[in-house]
Write a protein that binds this ligand. Sequence first.
Ligand SMILES: Nc1nc2c(c(=O)[nH]1)N[C@H]1C(S)=C(S)[C@@H](COP(=O)(O)OP(=O)(O)OC[C@H]3O[C@@H](n4cnc5c(N)ncnc54)[C@H](O)[C@@H]3O)O[C@H]1N2
Ligand code: MOO
Length: 656
Amino acid sequence: MIEQRDDVVTSTALQQQQFLTVLSRDEAVMRFEAALAPTPLGREEVNLSDALGRVLDDEIIASMDVPPFDRSLVDGFAVQAADLVEASISSPANLQLNQEIISAGTTPTIAVSLGTATAIATGGPIPRGADAVVMIEHTEASTLTPNAEIVVQRPVSPGQNIGFAGSDIVRGETVLRRGAVIGSREISMLAACGVDKVPVIRRPRVGVIATGNELVAQGMPLRTGTIYDSNNPMICAAVSESGGIPANYGIVCDDEAALRGTIMHSLAECDMVILSGGTSKGAGDLTYKLLADLGPPGIIVHGVAVKPGKPLCLAVCDRKPVIVLPGFPTSAMFTFFDVVAPLISRLAGLPERRRAHISANVPVHVPSELGRTEYVMVSLVERENGVVAYPLDKGSGSVSTFAQSDGFLCVDALADAVPAGTSADVVLLSSRSRIPDLVITGSHCLGLDMVVNHLTSSGHIVRLIAVGSLGGLAAARRGECDVAPIHLMDPTTGLYNCSYVSPGLELIKGWTRMQGLIFRKGDVRFDGAGPEMALATALSDPDCHMVNRNQGSGTRILVDKMLKGATPTGYWKQPRSHNSVAATIAHRNADWGIAIVPVAEAYGLEFIPIAEEHYDFVLVSERRYHPAVGAFIEALDSSVVHAELRRLGFRRSSEV
Ligand SMILES: Nc1nc2c(c(=O)[nH]1)N[C@H]1C(S)=C(S)[C@@H](COP(=O)(O)OP(=O)(O)OC[C@H]3O[C@@H](n4cnc5c(N)ncnc54)[C@H](O)[C@@H]3O)O[C@H]1N2
Ligand code: MOO
C-alpha cells in the first residue's frame, strides 16, 4: 500500500479539472449530433423467432397468396349454390353426398357436380365444381332415401363461406414496409407468408463501464466507504429498453492504464461506449482526461446547464459516440433517458418516442438553482379537481427518485423556484402508470409498509408519498390525499396528534413506537444512565456529538422539547429518517441521537427509552366511505398486520 504523504494529498486535491464551456441542453445535443451525424446501422438477417422488437430494413413482398387456396370457412358441405336457389322449409333440396370427406390438409379428389355435396371441415380446400359451403347446422341427413343424402332448407349465395386464395394477402403485395417495428401482429403476417429470415437494422452494441474505487459488484461484500455499483446494471437494462445490446465491461478502478485499456477494448468491440462517474471535478476523475486523448474530434461537450446532469461528457471517437454519464444514479438515469436513449433508438432505426404530457398542480414551493434548467421528478395523484404533482426530492445521489416518479417537470434556468400552487406541464415517464385508489401522504414508518403490503396483496393500488408529518397534514388539509400518517407532539400539552386535527379531518389511531436516546455499545458516557442523566452528560461535553432530525418531523419536536433551547454539537446535522440517525452514530460520525427502538436494534445500538410516540392517521373525512379507505381501516385491525407490527416492536394503539 502506498503511504499518502500530506503534501501529495493536498496537491492532488488541488488538481481539479474544470468543465469545458457549460452549454444549454439543446446546444449540447445539437453539437453532439453535428459531430456524430447518427444514422441507423447496417442490415442483418435474423430468424423470424428473433425478430420481435426489431426494425425492418427492407420491404417484405409476399411471394405467395394467403390463403394459398380456396378454403372452407365453416364445417359443412361444399355445394353448387344453383342447387339451393329455391330451397326452403316447405320445399327443401336433397343433395347426394359424394364419397369423400375433406378435412383441413387433404386434397379433394371428387368434383362437386349439380345435385351433389361433399362434407368439408373448416380450412379444407374447396373441391372443383363447388362454389359455396352450406353450414352443417343448416342441413339434415335424409331419412327417406337409401343413399346418403342431405336435406337443405335454405339457399346459399355463390361464394358464401369460402375464403378465396389471396383474399387476405395477394402474391406481390407489400406486406410490411421498411422501418416497421416488428411486433406480434407483424410476425403473424410474416409467418403466414412463409418468411423465415427477416432483414432488420442491426442493433447497436453498447459497451458499459462503471468507474470508481468505491464501487463493488453485487454478490461481493461491502467494505467501509464502498457502495454497490447500481449504474452498470441500470445502464445495461436501459440500453436493452432503448433497442441496443449491452456489453457490460464491469467496474474499473481509478487507474489510468486500466481505464484506458478498457475504453480502447470496448471501443474496438462496440458501436458506442457509455461510462459513468469520473466526469466532475474530483481529483480522482480520470475519465474526462482519458477521453481528451482518444483522438479527433474527441470531447464535444463537457458540462451541460441542467440539473441533474451537469457533468455530462459527450465525445466522438472513431465516429463512435463515447458518453460519460455523471456518477450519481439519478443524474446518470436522467441524462441517459434524455440524451442517450434517443441516440441508441436512432442507431437501431427505431422511431422517436413521443412522451405524453399532463397538466398538474404543484402544491408546494420547489426551489431551483438559477442558471441550470432543472428537471424535478414528481409523483402524481389524481383528485376530483385535477392532478397534483408532488416533487420527489432525494437529490442526485438517489437511486429511488427516478424509479418511483411518474414524470418530471422542467424549471427554466432563469427561475429560482416553482411557487406553490403553480400549474405545471409534467412529462410522463410511462404510459402504464396505474391510478391509485388510496393515497397516503405523510410520515413513513416500516409498520406502514406492512399495512400497504397487506392492501396491495388484496388488489388495491396504493400510492405512498413520504413528505414528513407536517407535509402530510398540509396535504390532508388541502384534500390531496386520503390518509396522512403523522406523529406530532403538541409541545404545550405533550399529547400526540389530536390537537393537529382541524375541521374536515378525523383521527384514526395507529400504533405506538418507543423513542429513546441511542448510542454505541460501550460508550461509558451513557452506559447505565437514565434519560435525564444521559442528556445532561451529552449537553455538558462539547466533544459529544449529536445527530438531530429534520424540521417538520415528529421526532424533531420531541428533540427540541427535550433540549429546551440548547443547541449541542451536531444540532445542525439534520437527516430525514430514524435510520440515517442510527447509521451516523454507528459510523461514529455522531455519538447520540433520538430514534425508535427497532432502528436502534437493527444497527446494534444501545437504547435509553424516553417516551412512546403515537403514529396515527389523519383521515380526510369526505373520503371515509371510499372502498380503499375502508380497506385501509380494516387492514389496521387484521391479525396479520398486528403480528407484523409486534414483530417490528410497535404496539397497535387499541392494544395499548
Ligand atoms: N466541486 C464540484 N463538485 C461536484 C460538481 C461540481 O460542479 N463541482 N458537480 C456535482 C455533480 S452535479 C455531480 S452529478 C457529481 C458527478 O460526479 P462524477 O460524474 O465525477 O461522478 P463521481 O464523482 O465518480 O461519483 C459521484 C457519486 O456517484 C457515485 N457513483 C459513481 N458511480 C456509481 C455507480 N456505478 N453506481 C452507484 N453510484 C455511483 C459515487 O460513489 C459518488 O457518490 O459531482 C458533483 N461534484
Ligand atoms: O448534475 Mo448533478 O447531476 O446536479 O447532481
